[in-house]
Design a protein. Structure first.
Length: 167
């Protein structure tokens, strides 16, 4: 018996995961076309759970991603993958920059969001970004704050808004 092929899918928020047996599961449920999305998603999830670890807390994200794959499999048009949330902290590595970086990582964890987080310390790269104060925070390339750190509540709003506008 051969091992099922591993396919990569994007979960909401940009996280990529590998799933064994996706092609076979899609083939097995293709006749559900026209059924409610929840029925299709649950059928795919049930088949894939036998070959993959899918945490219960992540089921909604998996269902959304599996429905997207199902639509692609049927040849339907789907919006492009949004890609991960992109966060850049500009600063030389001072206490303020480090505290901002830690607050971002903690807040992402609390919100259950995946993101690419980069802390740029090179002064020439920082100068190219055109900011005039440090630390600076960019979310999906947009400068959000310069010369200070946002409150945790403001950061949460920006991160949640940013996850819907990823490039």
């Amino acid at each position: 018996m051969t091992k099922p092929e591993v396919s990569r899918i994007h979960l909401p928020g940009g996280l990529k995961v590998g799933l064994s047996g996706l092609a076979q599961a899609l083939e097995e449920v293709k006749d559900l076309h026209g059924s409610p999305d929840e029925v299709i998603a649950q059928a795919l999830l049930a088949r894939l759970r036998t070959l993959n670890y899918i945490p219960a807390a992540a089921e909604p994200a998996y269902k959304q991603a599996l429905l997207r794959e199902y639509r692609k499999f049927l040849g339907e048009e789907v919006a492009p993958d949004p890609g991960p949330l992109s966060i850049t902290i500009l600063g030389p590595g001072c206490a303020s920059c480090t505290a901002l970086t830690q607050m971002i990582i903690t807040t992402l964890s609390e919100l259950g969001l995946a993101a690419e987080v980069e802390h740029v310390k090179d002064l020439q790269e920082i100068a190219r970004a055109g900011v005039m104060g440090l630390p600076a925070l960019l979310i999906n390339g947009e400068v959000k704050v310069v010369g200070q750190s946002p409150t945790r509540e403001v950061l949460k709003r920006w991160l949640l808004a940013g996850k819907g506008s990823n490039h």
